[in-house]
Each structure stands twice: as structure tokens, then as C-alpha cells.
Write a protein that binds this ligand. Structure first.
Ligand code: AMP
Length: 171
């Protein structure tokens, strides 16, 4: 993980002044870092009976897909409004730099599913809390939450309440 940490790039004042953006595209493009993160994420959930991984648009799609593949689970995208073609459920939320909405297909999760919701970075937790709300509305057996980077000072963990959150790297 020290190697992965060394590969993550900090972009100061992006997308607005005062935000230090954790750029994980440098992890995505680095074969060694991609392999380490994909493997370590999968190790967290191997014995948990996970059937679906929800990835949050768009950086959550990369390791969300790898995690689903490694676990033999299905992949479900949580997307920006208007992108999903079939019947959707949606939730709006505040984030570190603005307001946003995410949508999922209404039939994406069923009551026999065990779900991991994944995003690359947890900041204020607004995005993840909205995703948890959407997944909860579909009544799965169990929900786990996962991110690669947790920005602890922004309090995302508290915003998620009781749900089990695991992050690979804390800042
Ligand atoms: P939040 O809802 O505040 O937890 O924001 C999380 C979402 O915004 C994730 O999809 C992140 O990819 C992105 N994000 C927010 N803040 C940052 C940051 N400082 N660095 C990288 N991504 C961020």
C-alpha cells in the first residue's frame, strides 16, 4: 500500500479553490498499483457471499468492475441523471464541491443480494450516503461500503451511520 500511496497524485485547487483532489487515474494506469489495489480490495470481501458490486460513476466503475470480477459477483453502475435507459430510482446529495444526483436501475438489486458499494474516494460521504439509500430501497440482505481513499477530516464515515465501511488508505 505504501507503493500505491506513492502513485496517487494530489491536484491542488481542483475542481475548485481549496480542494486537494486525490487523482487515482495514476493508480488506474500503473499496472503494479492496479494489481495491488484490485487484489487487496477483493481480499476484504472474499468470504462475505457478495453477489453485486455497485460502482459509483465514474471512477468507481474501474475498481468496482475488478472487484465484481474477482468475487464472481455482478456489477451495477450508479450513474449521473439521465444516463440509465430503464426505470430508475434516484437520490440527491451535497458533496465537497456542489450538489449532485445519482440514479440506479430500479431492478438492479434484489432481496437475496449481498452488496458492496464502491467508490474511489470518500470525502464528505454525501455521494456514498445517497448510494446506500438507493441500495437500501431495494432491500438487499446486506450492504458493505468500500473506498480506496478515505479523507478522514471530511467526516464521511460519520455520514454513513451504521453501515460497515472499509477503506484501503486513510488521509
Ligand atoms: P463526497 O460525496 O463528498 O464523499 O465526494 C465523493 C465523490 O466526489 C467521489 O466520487 C469522489 O471521487 C469525488 N471527490 C470528492 N472530493 C474529492 C477529493 N478531494 N479528491 C478526489 N475525489 C473527490
Amino acid at each position: 500500500m505504501e507503493y500505491v500511496k506513492s502513485v496517487i497524485r494530489d491536484i491542488v485547487d481542483f475542481p475548485k479553490k481549496g480542494v486537494v483532489f486525490k487523482d487515482l487515474t495514476t493508480v488506474f494506469k500503473d499496472p503494479r498499483a492496479l494489481h495491488i489495489v484490485g487484489w487487496d480490495l477483493a481480499q476484504l470481501y472474499r468470504d462475505k457471499g457478495v453477489t453485486k458490486v455497485v460502482g459509483i460513476e465514474s471512477r468507481g466503475f474501474v475498481f468496482g468492475s475488478i472487484l465484481a470480477y474477482e468475487l464472481g459477483a455482478g456489477f451495477v453502475p450508479a450513474r449521473k441523471p439521465g444516463k440509465l435507459p430503464a426505470d430508475t430510482v434516484s437520490a440527491s446529495f451535497e458533496k465537497e464541491y456542489g450538489t449532485d444526483t445519482i440514479e440506479m436501475h430500479r431492478d438492479a438489486i434484489t432481496p437475496d443480494d449481498v452488496v458492496v458499494i464502491h467508490d474511489d474516494v470518500l470525502a464528505t460521504g454525501g455521494t456514498m450516503a445517497a448510494a446506500v439509500k438507493l441500495v437500501e430501497s431495494m432491500n438487499p440482505r446486506r450492504i458493505y461500503v468500500n473506498c480506496i481513499v478515505e479523507l478522514e477530516a471530511l467526516g464521511g464515515r460519520a455520514a454513513l451511520g451504521d453501515v460497515e465501511l472499509t477503506s484501503l488508505l486513510k488521509y
